[in-house]
Design a protein around this ligand. Sequence first.
Ligand code: ZDP
Length: 375
Amino acid sequence: MLQFSKYQGLGNDFLMVDARDCDSDEALGLTPERIQRLCDRRFGIGADGVILALPPRQAGDWRMRIFNADGTEPEMCGNGIRCLARFLADSDGDQPGRSWQIETLAGPIVPELQAGGSIRVDMGAPLLEPGAVPTTLAVGEAGIPQGEITIDGLVFAVGAAGMGNPHVVIPVVDLEAIELERWGAALEVHQAFPARTNVHFVQVLSPAHLAMKVWERGAGPTLACGTGACATLVVCHRLGLCERQARLDLPGGALQVEWDRDSGHLFMTGPAEAVFDAVIAPQLWQPAGVSLQAPAGAIQPERQAESVAGEGPIHCAQVCVNGCIRPEACASSEAQARVAALLAASSLDDLVALATNSLESRTRARIERQGGLEY
Ligand code: ZDP
């Protein structure tokens, strides 16, 4: 039974999985195909991505992995890390002032709970070397990768910045007039961005107030993008269009972003909210076309040979994916016997009540911490 929680930050929504006691990332069995199915808004749960809270590998408190709705794995996610901070706080009972060092593929990122419910994140320094974004655009007068990109005969003057993940930023006069679906999709896969890119159109309302629209790599149009808001501020500031600190209005709401002069780091402040806790339905977790009942003897030949010949412990999560291969020696046979006994002694109603109680106790704890909202 895989529990997850859905969280959203300015309408950028994620399925959060607490895997902090998981020995290996692989043991979770999260494949690109499963991620696509979970994130599907009609046939699945619906989300812009899946986020895992994992044990640290270096000096961090925890490690985060994020997957886009298409199953690809970006380096970082600004809205996602705010959601992760709120999720950790809800799970562990943390209070304002608490911060964590979170390991990501973009390096350590530090979110901090603020009084009033928002989360301020030290997003690190932007990457402005073309190779680090990555982009083939050369560094221009503004000291950032910049240039002109032509699509269908239309010329876009663009700037780029990396926040661990790639971003292209296009200042425009009228945000409303932008055909996001058309230009976002084309720019995401433009050859100037070999790892594809997130795409942001921005209109300058005043030097401390920007409005933007987001097309996310691997997810399409989303309501907000935290790394994108930071990249947008950097590009606009370098182009002389805004201050070092600004409010950025996204379709899902506003973020405050500051590019600190001393540290060179970006600080992003915004909300993150719990939506619901639940359990993934088994059929959503199965590989397509595979029944829930493991077919007898359906073991991959090389794995079978290895396990029969091999001594020592078997890693069930890897070797026994299609069913237990050595039930007589299975380390978890005792656990299996307990489950079998529970199933034999419980009605379906009892089991549903059991699952509901565990979710309900988590929700109740959260509500109590928030000062006792009534349903
Ligand atoms: O770089 C990418 O592939 C993005 N889709 C990752 C997600 C970024 C996000 N929008 C953010 O808030 O930074 C979640």
